[in-house]
Ligand binder design. Sequence first.
Ligand code: XIL
Length: 348
Amino acid sequence: MAIGAVALVVLAVVAEALRQGADAKRLSGPTLRQLGVKRGVVIGTAVRGDVWQHNKAYRQLIGEQFGSVTPENEMKWAVIEPERGTFEFKAADEIVAAAEQAKQEVRGHTLVWHNQLPGWVSGLDAKDLRAATAAHIRRVMGHYRGRIAIWDVVNEALTDLGGLRRSPFLKLGRDYIAWAFGIAHGADPKARLHINEVGADGINAKSDRLYEIVRSLKARGVPIDGVGLQMHVNLAGVPPTFVDNMRRFAALGVELSITEADVGLRLPPSAADLRAQARVYATIVRGCLAVSACKTLTFWGYTDGRSWISETQPGMGAATLLDKELRPKPAFRAVQRALEAGQPARTP
Ligand code: XIL
């Protein structure tokens, strides 16, 4: 009886392993990671620490398919310093260690952002906020010194109209972005430091202001290395000025990253929606390949089972490359093909 039960458990475990293996095998062929290497673009994904810990197939695919990982929440202020001076590195540590084992880059996300801040930050006066922010940047970047390729130092600092967002950090003065980059550079001199923005993918009031900020930071010798464009889009598609926008930033001498690409669909998506989504994804890939300063392209999650779009935008979802069962959608094949085809001439 007992032996029978053990045999059943063993069988179940073997079946589960086979099932997970089969899921992973469905993506056989050149991996996005390999194709990225061929094209000089590091292909990445956001990673959920909780899923990563418990789901082997999810973990395996990340190792196989991606050359870079961005912890989706695990390095955010509220998670990593929930109480002043108390740091919780465990969840992020595990992702970083696994990435090193898999020889992947890690993108650190994010240090100075108005969202996902712990409650204690909002009560601080200017002087105290400056001390707390400097301490936060130094401690978090110091903890991972030499192990993080790129940090999103400042995230979403602007409004759609091109003003400085009324974030708690404005208390530090209108020059807080330059200040934060200075602190970050001191904390990990080898990390490439980026400013990351949403809705600045094409040429518009926001990206005009971002351009002005980056130009002035460079002119003043502030240590900034790059600009991250989030690229949370939908079937309205990629702004037609996407490539020109990247080119103007590249001309300032900074690199570009696509940091959070996803393409949200109205649920449930039709087959035509999935094909249209694939075309939008291919446009994003080709845009990055067209600009040699575009060095990394990260998807904000890679499976519809774990994407913030369905969790935060009612009625929307199905935004990623693989379905909930980790099977490739047309979008995955389109990204593969776009990377395979490459771009004959890359310009700065
Ligand atoms: C999102 C995560 O995906 C969610 O899990 C979390 O609940 C909220 O934040 N811009 C960013 C990311 O820079 O950090 C956000 O990530 C998505 C928008």
